[in-house]
Design a protein around this ligand. Structure first.
Ligand code: GRF
Length: 188
């Protein structure tokens, strides 16, 4: 499997710590996740995103990500806090084999600010969702979910950290089950 990451890499670290068969970590920028992959001795591909403006060529960039994954013979892709929305080319090659973890109970609070949006909405319970990624962001089939209570006085940071505690267990567990299923019941 390959992992796509952009951030602090704590979810990536949990995937690696769970002993899942990660052959490559693909990053869209220099970020702490790069050090996490480096310390684990996993192959790293930085596919540097050159632009964040309207001129960004999402399709061409997605082709570069797919090429990086193919260089490592990746079969299953796990997104772990990847900050670039990818275009159709990756879904053509890896359809049904791209997983994502999202810090909310989808279909509630889609998007990059899911934790902040949950606090602003005043919900008492949010959580995390593992799902199959599709071209439509945060909308693919749900594989697993767990709730997390919103506590009085929670900030985006405190709530996100409690959600991530759950993600670091649930995501590797779900990836393992998924890989067993696509291998036809063998061990992952
Ligand atoms: C996780 O909450 C994940 O659901 C979201 O990005 C976060 C990544 O966390 N998509 P980290 O950078 O691995 O700590």
């Amino acid at each position: 499997m390959g992992v796509l990451a952009s951030g602090t890499g704590t979810i990536l670290a949990a995937i690696l710590g769970a002993g899942l068969p990660v052959s490559a970590v693909v990053l869209d920028r220099q970020c702490p996740a790069c050090d996490v992959a480096g310390s684990a001795g996993v192959a790293i591909e930085v596919v540097q995103r050159e632009s964040y403006g309207p001129e960004f060529d999402r399709v061409a960039y997605t082709h570069r990500i797919v090429e990086a994954l193919k260089r490592h013979q990746i079969d299953v892709v796990a997104m772990a806090g990847f900050g670039t929305v990818l275009g159709p080319p990756i879904f053509e090659v890896y359809y049904g084999r791209i997983l994502n973890t999202h810090p909310a109970l989808l279909p509630a609070f889609k998007g990059w600010h899911a934790v902040r949006d949950a606090i602003e909405a005043g919900v008492k319970v949010t959580g995390t969702t593992v799902h199959i990624a599709t071209e439509e962001v945060d909308a693919g089939p749900i594989l697993a979910q767990e709730p997390v209570r919103v506590e009085p006085g929670d900030t985006e940071e405190s709530l996100h950290e409690r959600i991530k505690v759950v993600e670091r267990r649930l995501y590797p567990e779900t990836i393992r089950l998924f890989m067993r299923q696509i291998r036809g019941g063998g061990t992952a």
